[in-house]
Ligand binder design. Sequence first.
Ligand code: GAL
Length: 679
Amino acid sequence: MKKKHPCSSFPHFIHGADYNPEQWIYDKAVWDMDMQLMEKAHTNEMTVGIFSWAKLEPSEGVYDFSFLDEIIDKIGKNGKKVILSTPSGARPHWLAEKYPEVLRVGQDGVREHFRARENHCFTSPVYREKVKNINRKLAERYGNNPTVIAWHISNEFNGECHCQLCCDAFRDFLKNKFNNNIDELNHNYWADFWSHTYANFEQIEPPGKNTETGIHGLNLDWKRFVTHQTKEFIKCELEPIREITPHLPVTTNMMFEFYDIDYYKFVDIIDFASWDSYPEWHSCDDSVIASKTAFWHDLYRSLMKKPFLLMESTPSLVNWKPYNKMKRPGLDVLSSLQAIAHGSDSVQYFQWRKSRGSSEKFHGAVVGHDGTDNTRVFRSVKKTGEILEAIDEIAGSFVDSQVAVIFDWENMWALDDCQGYAKDDKKYFETCYDYHRLFWERGINCDIVSPKSDLKGYKIVVAPMLYLTDAETIENLKNYVSDGGILYGTYMMGTVDANDLCYLGGIPAKDLRKVFGIVSEEIDTLYPHERCHTVFGEAEHELIDYCEVIHPETAEVVASYCDGFYKYSPAVTINSFNKGKAVYQAARDRQSLKSAIIDMLIQESGVTSVVDALGVLPHGVTAHSRTDGENLYIFVENYSCDESATVKLRKKMKNMLTGEFCEICEIAPYGFAIFKEEH
Ligand code: GAL
């Protein structure tokens, strides 16, 4: 296994931040201070240019790169690297003034005024052209500058536009999908319902506040279109970049619990994944926050099957949540190392220096308004930098996972839209988190994958609430089990097809019925106060929210309902299918039933924890591993605020930070340790 660094010309952990020196252009002494502080903080990278368009092109076609020249030069001379951003996330005034088409139109049909950021029209030919122009200039000027190691495309793409250009592009997208045949569209959208049959493509409008939202296939295709159009926009951004700087890798920063874009579709246009992580630490048990954050680290690592970058995180607090709490001492370093444990090759912050005015003036930063290194936050950033230097040999290494949880944007959109079940809160994210947490609390590396990804090699794959399963997914899951995999599915599996049409003839649909060896007849949504029960193994488990009534066909029933009119009917089944097995959990439980099922599957499949654990680790503790093919690196993390934890390693190993060898380790509250198993 060869190490794979996201920025191949810089084979180290990256420790850096979003840096906005243009805000301090009137006082360049600040820049010089920054250079000294960057060195003291043990950083080695700054991401620049994200919101610099107004400075770089102060009026149309008039470019001024003097500030960027100077700052890149200073950073380079300071021995550090730059990730260079394209500035399309926020446009200059002149552009909006002269070409209003670049401004977004809302669902209500109203065009925005110049405001905010990340709110341009993705379709506008003018915007695409202007972005290509400035990107070309940047690529020509800095593409061969050895300080620059990668491209950061725009910033956190999000949202949608309802202007005429976008509506037309949407119609073209649908014409292409339905072979220019409106009858085909009507049929696949079930549009005769409520007499909403379309006579032609021109009648189609994007779903919105005053337009059609009752056709679920249309709603789903609109979301697909938004991803498609965002991607088309990125491709435009990339034209000059790929042409002039084919040697520089490209990313765009993605987000937490992000709804608008199916990021799986980005894999063929970026070179590595990166994301911005802002968990709500201390809002409840930190182990819950840690495992949710871990889910997204795992997803972005799995996206490209290689190390990713933590592009943004706050070294202390954010300023945009309802309550902006500081990270407790210790947790800042721990949460940074968490990213590394899950396969990140960087810890980067938003922001290097706190801005003086405007909306982010109270957002956490490495350097505060006092402008010194004499702060708790600065010291803690420095400590993270020192640790990253000490463990630099881990950079570029991989995470090997024997298990995976399936998460799917299209499924989420369809579930969310569907009128049924618990109408307004199906809890898809939460359910995926709950299944992922089973592995997190056992110290088992876990990938988060699309239902269409290659599942070969995983011993266990969990597919929670996979309501939308298209033909490709069905085939993929079937082949996985047939070849010997263990698939663990749940209620709602295989209910609708790619157009959100219900499968006829019994669900789970088509071959999934054979794979699971069951057929589902009905599903009961419980009121929030209601409970049902089942017995699995020795224990009784409480059931909440959903109880599906299923019938075994070839499956063995391993747990039945204890109450209600469906008492004695199956709650959990196992089916052998060719070389593999499929477990079906028909009802939602709090966690104990899942936990018992997963223990059974772990035992059966031979999946192992990265530490010496049978079952769950002490509360709040988790462990992960990375490998470069020769050495194994074990990270043990403790998210408890007040309890130390004792964890047994699989053998005596070297603590990379203390140099001691041990087999039993004691981890302090908000503490961690990194061990190396040499070969
Ligand atoms: C991110 C954004 C940054 C900054 C940060 C504040 O979403 O990319 O520019 O605004 O949030 O937390």
